[in-house]
Write a protein that binds this ligand. Structure first.
Ligand code: ADP
Ligand code: MG
Length: 247
């Protein structure tokens, strides 16, 4: 079994004058399935990109199994917030998923191996897209498209998968399918999932985090949900009652 432990210590990220993350501390352990919720602009995507090493923090350190990302050899898979694959590009589902195998070996006269093709068959089966493998990507529904992007990242057999709002632009039926697919994947892969679908994620994870530049609440999904979403409503109601003429 490959080890996995990622520790963020006092991480701060600024974009000019904007403080996107402020002294964030987080520990990710092997087998975790952590849900991240929070307001727009709360730093969720910034946190993902920082963990992935795509953004260098202004302050703080991240250790990967006690060392740097490169030395740790942790394989990270990333499904970004809005896919930047051009949907009008004339390419099939199978070709997109196969291209996930290419990243490390771009060279002249590159050819996919039988092993690559087998890996693609496997992941298409896992995400339930085998029948659609010859379909052009502009003929996919939003949900099928997301499953294809997840399949693509799975071909590299990541130790940890970071998904940024994978159900944002899909219908309710596909949202359920994607959540159930991720739940299945979470048995073998450590998962960090950012979403606005708080109720659905709460049913799936043991640990939910409410992030607003820092961790505001963390732990049992129901308690975090109550604390982060219901408390402000109650406060608001109370304030209205207190300020209203009938009180
Ligand atoms: P979330 O994903 O929770 O919506 P983000 O991490 O995308 O939040 O953004 C956090 C804050 O940082 C927001 O105020 C956003 O406008 C700002 N921000 C994000 N990316 C950039 C960037 N590349 N340049 C400048 N500001 C950014
Ligand atoms: Mg975001």
């Amino acid at each position: 079994m490959r080890p996995l432990k990622i520790e963020l210590k006092d991480i701060s990220v600024n974009y000019g004058k904007i403080h996107a993350l402020k002294k964030l501390n987080l520990s990710i352990n092997k087998g975790d399935y952590i849900g991240i919720v929070g307001p727009n602009g709360g730093g969720k995507s910034t946190m993902m990109k920082t963990i992935l090493g795509l953004i260098k923090p202004n302050k703080g350190q991240i250790s990967y199994c006690g060392t740097s990302l490169k030395k740790s050899e942790i394989r990270m898979g990333y499904v970004p917030q809005i896919s930047d694959i051009n949907r009008m590009f004339p390419i099939t589902v199978e070709e997109v998923v196969l291209s996930g195998r290419m990243t490390r070996k771009i060279k002249p006269f590159f050819k996919y191996s039988d092993e690559d093709k087998l890996a693609v068959e496997e992941v298409l089966e896992t995400v339930g897209l085998k029948k659609l493998k010859n379909r052009h990507i502009n003929e996919l529904s939003g949900g099928e498209f997301q499953k294809m992007i997840i399949a693509r990242v799975l071909t590299l057999k990541p130790d940890i998968l970071l998904l940024d709002e994978p159900t944002a632009m899909v219908d309710v039926m596909s949202q359920r399918q994607i959540f159930s697919l991720i739940k299945k994947l979470s048995k073998d892969i450590t998962i960090i999932l950012v979403t606005h679908h708080v109720q659905m994620i709460s049913k799936n994870v043991e640990k939910l985090i409410y992030l607003d530049r820092n961790i505001i609440a963390e732990g049992n999904p129901n308690e975090v949900y109550q604390y982060a979403y219901l408390r402000p409503i109650h406060q608001n109601i109370r304030r209205k009652l207190v300020g209203g003429a009938n009180v």
